[in-house]
Structures are given as C-alpha cells and as structure tokens.
Design a binder for this molecule. Structure first.
Ligand code: P6P
Length: 335
C-alpha cells in the first residue's frame, strides 16, 4: 500500500501512516501522540490569550465566567494529564508540576504499555513578557508488568530507553516536533482546521552551525574549560568556520528548536554555586537529548551522554551541552 500522497499530512494521518509501515505495532504509541497533540491544542488556546489576564483574571482569581483561573503551567499540566489519563496508551505520568509520579489505577491504563514524563509549560516565567514557551515530553515503555499499577522504576529509566520524545513550541506559530528512532518530524498547527500538519519532515541537525547559546551572566561562574570554549566562539571568523552569533532567548524549547533546525550549540553548564546546573534531567534534558541524537547531534553533561545517566530522583538536575555534532566535539576538546 503506497503512502498517502496528499500534499499536507496531519499529525494523526502521519502517526497512522507510520503504524501501517510497521504492522507489528499496536497503535498505542500513535494513540499517545494523538492525545498529546489534543492537549497541546487546548494549551495553545490559553497561551495565546495569556496577555489578557486583566480581562480573564490572573491566576487565583475567578474569571468573567466565574471559573477559577489557574496558573497557566497548572492548567497545562491538567490538560496533558487529563488527555493521557483518558487515552488508552499511558499507565502513568510524572511532571515538573507534581512532586511525585501519578500511576493511573483504572484497568485500561494499568494494561497500557507506556509512561510519559513532561514539563507541561517550560519557561512559564516568560509568559508575562510574551516570549515563546514550550511543552517537553518523553515516552518510555514501562519497566513493570502490564496489568500492574505503574511504579517508580517505570519513571527512573535512563533516557536511552525512550521510545519517543518531543516538544511543542508556542511561538510565532505553534509547532509540535517529535522523534522516534525512525526520525524527527515537525508539525505546524493550522488554526483554520485545528490540526498539526507535517511541515518539517525528517529533521536533521546540521553538523556545524554558527550559533552558540549560553547565559553570559554566569560566565565567571563557569568552569575554565567552558569559559575557554565561549572565548573560542567569540574569536571565530571567516577563516575558522565563523563568525559565530550568540542567541539566547531564555526559553529552552525555543533555543534548542532554533539550533536543531539551523545548527548550533546550547549550553546550560554547572556553575560554582550550582554545579548540578538548573535544567531537569528527566523531562527537559532527556527528551531533547533523544531528539538531538536521532537528528544527528549530540548531548552530554560535560562528561557523559545525557541518555546514559541513570536517574536517582524524578526532579534531579544536570548540566547540559547539546547541539551540532561538530560544535559539540570542539566543545569537548576544551572540557
Ligand atoms: P537562565 C526557563 O526558566 C528555563 O528553565 C529554560 O527554559 C531556559 O533555558 C533556562 O531556564 C534559562 O535560565 O538562568 O539562563 O535564566
């Protein structure tokens, strides 16, 4: 059966097409991705009107309809949790917004194959100033037996065990990008039909780029190796693959998305006061590390592959260096 030849494929059509190419697949992963796409559309509506809090009411107040206005990241968490709980593909979730994981205890969920970890709205501090923000998610096959209730070892798996990972960036347009081992594909929301449509098939990260992303405010708290690499970036010119430009939005989803598409390196190193860095391993760094490696890039904590780190706790942090393979190898020569 030839693939659908329609010019524009929706996310649902694409995941079903992937399913047709792998008859052994059960369709659960496609179902889970559709559930995430649905929640993303609901979050997108609220994010797009976030600037209207004076009309809609700020978090903790009641809006004109007399409903409790929730903080957007709590709202987003509830949307993704609700969509996954009511789907048929997820046995439980862990989230940046919740202290502990939640195992769904209905029969259908207990028989599901996957668990999902996510940061429902990363960079939510940027909402008030209209800077792009995003959702990040990772999907694992559960480590415990289907039929049992999910437990902590389902969520504390190294990132290399992910079967899928992705993000939604609520920016100038709203995009959903997800990776399986078969590739990375990007879908742009078409508001006229309310569907994510395939716009960036088979994304590959260029081996070299000219963008480096880091918070210079922490420069004198970085290690000597990191400072030497940043110095080398600033000295690039036409003779050695430069000149480089520094781009740092302060919203990880936007910074890493741009560097994935155009080539570049994003760094959130440890500092003298916070040697573990700021970014969370399980639901910020692991999903992006999976996506970047499938796209041909690299992701480390400065010493080892992010995807090889054995998690100890749900919310542990890690330093992160991620991006174009050639730029990462140059960084490693300085560390
Ligand atoms: P800093 C947003 O708060 C976030 O978690 C990431 O999205 C972003 O990359 C990082 O923090 C920015 O942190 O310390 O540079 O402001």
């Amino acid at each position: 059966m030839e693939n659908i030849s329609r010019k524009v494929l929706t996310l649902d059509e694409f995941t079903i097409q992937q399913l047709r190419n792998f008859p052994s697949a059960t369709g659960e992963l496609s179902g889970l991705l559709r559930d995430i796409g649905l929640a993303a559309k609901r979050v997108n509506v609220e994010v797009n009107k976030a600037g209207l809090v004076d009309i809609l009411g700020d978090a903790g107040s009641t809006n004109v309809q007399g409903e409790d206005v929730k903080k957007l990241d709590v709202f987003a968490n509830n949307q993704f949790m609700g969509a996954l709980r009511h789907g048929i593909s997820c046995a439980g979730i862990a989230s940046e917004e919740m202290d502990d994981y939640i195992a769904f205890n209905d029969e259908v969920s207990k028989n599901s194959k996957y668990v999902c970890l996510f940061d429902p709205l990363d960079g939510s501090g940027n909402i008030d100033v209209n800077v792009s923000i995003g959702t990040i998610f990772g999907v694992y096959r559960r480590a415990t037996t289907q039929g049992e209730i999910a437990s902590s070892q389902d969520f504390l798996q190294p990132g290399r065990k992910q079967v899928a990972a992705g993000y939604i960036v609520y920016g100038s347009s709203t995009m959903l990008v997800y990776a399986t081992r078969r590739g990375v594909n990007g879908f742009t929301l078409d508001p006229s039909i309310g569907e994510f449509c395939l716009s960036h098939p088979n994304i590959k990260c260029p081996e070299f780029g000219k963008i480096y992303s880091v918070n210079h405010g922490n420069f004198f708290r970085y290690s000597e190796g990191v400072r030497n690499y940043i110095d080398a970036c600033q000295k690039k010119d036409k003779s050695n693959g430069g000149p480089y430009t520094q781009r740092y939005i302060g919203s990880m989803v936007s910074d890493v998305h741009r560097n994935l598409i155009k080539g570049g390196i994003f760094m959130y190193p440890g500092t003298t006061d916070k040697p573990g860095g700021k970014l969370r391993l399980l639901y910020e760094c692991n999903p992006f590390a999976f996506i970047m490696e499938v796209a041909g890039g690299k992701a480390t904590d400065g010493k080892q592959r992010i995807l090889d780190i054995q998690p100890e706790t749900l919310h542990q942090r890690t330093p992160l260096f991620i991006g174009s393979k050639g730029m990462m190898e140059e960084l490693e020569s300085h560390l």
